[in-house]
Design a binder for this molecule. Structure first.
Ligand code: AR6
Length: 183
């Protein structure tokens, strides 16, 4: 099974691990619209990064309102080893009839647009929506990979997108989907 896909001089890589310890210019948080923190990745990131992350999120919500599913915004990384955290909200899985794939694709795309806007080179994503939000991993992986591949073909600054998968089953699901993308 492949663990990387090259697109010209850019690359998508898959790795098993914890998003909090990854080397990147930004990591992506699987947030919810309130931007107040939560469970899973959205609990782990503020715990490791300190109070400033949620303070910046609160300021954003005060100024702009809640972050709709499929959108993304940026904060500093606080005590994390990365400079920035990009917060995005994936769709809740409602059985597949509520444009979940489009919203999931938008969550990746908007996060990557934010990264390119700030001219970041390396961005690391967890598997958005496939935990508490219940999106089936087998269906989420091709949406994520296809969206990232299309974006990288046109990106100005982003050169390396890492998918950081927490458990072996998720890793294998993405590796399988990457094989099908390569073919
Ligand atoms: N590093 C990498 N991946 C992780 C980590 C980690 N430290 N921790 C969990 N995962 P989830 P969602 C995996 O639930 O489905 C929150 O309460 C996890 O195994 O974090 O988008 C928010 O506030 C799964 O594969 O995000 C929202 O309300 C994937 O990350 C809601 O959950 C995503 O799981 C968002 O749900």
């Amino acid at each position: 099974m492949a663990n990387e896909l090259r697109i010209g001089d850019k690359v998508i890589t898959l790795e098993r691990g914890d998003i909090r310890t990854v080397e990147a210019d930004a990591i992506v948080n699987a947030a919810n619209s309130s931007l107040m923190g939560g469970g899973g990745v959205d609990g782990a990131i503020p715990r490791a990064g300190g109070d400033t992350i949620l303070e910046e999120c609160k300021k954003y919500v005060d100024e702009h309102g809640r972050l709709d599913p499929g959108r993304a915004m940026l904060t500093h990384g606080g005590d994390l080893p990365v400079e920035f955290v990009i917060h995005t909200v994936g769709p809740k899985w409602l059985g597949g009839m509520a444009d979940e794939a489009q919203t999931l694709s938008s969550a990746y795309l908007e996060s990557l647009r934010v990264a390119d806007h700030f001219c970041l080179e390396t961005v690391a994503f967890p598997s958005i929506s496939t935990g508490a939000f219940g999106y089936p991993k087998e269906q989420a992986a091709p949406v994520a990979l296809e969206t990232i591949r299309k974006f990288l073909a046109e990106a100005e600054c982003v050169r390396h997108v890492k998918l950081v998968l927490y458990d072996m089953r998720t890793y294998e699901t993405y590796a399988n989907a990457l094989d099908h993308l390569v073919m």
